[in-house]
Design a protein around this ligand. Structure first.
Ligand code: RIB
Ligand code: CA
Length: 318
């Protein structure tokens, strides 16, 4: 479902809201020989769009991939007001990195139009979408140009929670909470969805040894990664009484590269869009009690050692 054939790369579009964990996801994707990153689209999420778009250009340049175009997508959710997470990611969104003004220029084309135009010119079931922030840009593209939906091979996203509970309210995970209406559009789109929620991302908490091993790799991407992980781990470590933070977003790319390290279960997932108390809740029918046809492959287990081995091995290649 996710492996390109031996002699071709898997074409993907990334949509993200860096975010230190989005940054590690980008680093994992941008030097992967298995993947052809057609473009990176920023969305408002962890921090406002102006910062997430700038952060995407910084990270793409740091990865040595100024050939990959970066676009600004939507400022905020389809219906709700934007809710951001500077409390966790810092004012810049990627606190912990040594800043520089990127040479990569801002792209005037809107990120939603980039997604539409790229999919319009693709074959059916050709392009993998990898969203790791609120799903606003993906949903807006589907709404503006529904004819692109058959061009989507699969949507490999970070979001939601089942047994783990929420991280922004007791009921909801951040990406889905910020734009529940967009998540509802995506869940109903009919294309294959692989979903990495907190149930699996909380199994890949960093720790001081992992960060030290990454720092010891000695290249500038690894150095930046270690700095961001040091910052990112502080808040969640205290919140979850752990030694580090959960590496949510890299799970998406790790699955594309080594799917065997994850265990998935086909489930029906619906999104709460109207309740004030449970806005953004992902009702994951893990035990099949609704009888509804599954619309998601829900990741619920991961081989932690293999995940961090992959991450460290790929960061070493910068
Ligand atoms: O809940 C975790 C998700 O919200 C991650 O994608 C993180 O980057 C934030 O966007
Ligand atoms: Ca994110």
């Amino acid at each position: 479902m996710n492996k390109s054939d031996e002699n071709s790369k898997l074409p993907i579009i990334i949509d993200c809201d860096p975010g230190q964990d989005d940054a590690l996801m980008l680093f994992l994707a941008l030097n992967a020989p298995e993947l052809d990153v057609l473009g990176v689209v920023a969305c408002g999420g962890n921090v406002p769009l102006a910062r997430t778009e700038l952060n995407c250009r910084i990270l793409v340049e740091m990865a040595g991939r100024v050939d990959v175009p970066v676009f600004a997508g939507c400022e905020g959710p389809m219906v709700e007001q934007l809710f951001t997470a500077e409390y966790l990611h810092g004012e810049t969104g990627i606190d912990g990195i040594d800043f520089f003004e990127p040479s990569l220029p801002k792209n005037e084309k809107h990120g939603v139009d980039f997604i539409i135009e790229t999919l319009r010119s693709a074959e059916n079931e050709e392009i993998t979408l990898v969203p790791t922030g609120p799903l606003t840009n993906i949903a807006m593209a589907m709404r503006k140009a529904p004819e692109i939906i058959p061009k989507i091979k699969q949507i490999v996203l970070m979001g939601g929670a089942c047994f783990e509970g929420g991280n922004v309210t007791p009921s909801a995970e951040f990406n889905i909470y910020v734009d529940p209406h967009a998540a509802d559009v995506v869940m109903r789109c009919g294309r294959p969805i692989v979903m990495f929620g907190l149930d699996v991302t909380h199994q890949v908490m960093t720790d001081p040894k992992i960060v030290a091993d990454i720092r010891a790799l000695g290249n500038k991407v690894a150095h930046a990664s270690a700095g961001m992980l040091d910052f990112f781990g502080q808040y969640d470590a205290a919140k979850y009484s752990e030694q580090g933070g959960p590496l949510h977003d890299p799970c998406t790319i790790a699955w594309l590269l080594e799917p065997e390290m994850f265990v998935l279960k086909h489930c029906h997932v619906t999104i709460e869009t109207s309740s004030k108390l449970t806005r953004g809740h992902t009702a994951v029918d893990f035990w099949g009690v609704t009888g509804n046809q599954p619309n998601v492959a829900w990741a619920h287990k991961v081989d932690r050692a293999r995940f961090f081995a992959l991450l460290t091995q790929r960061l070493a290649q910068y």
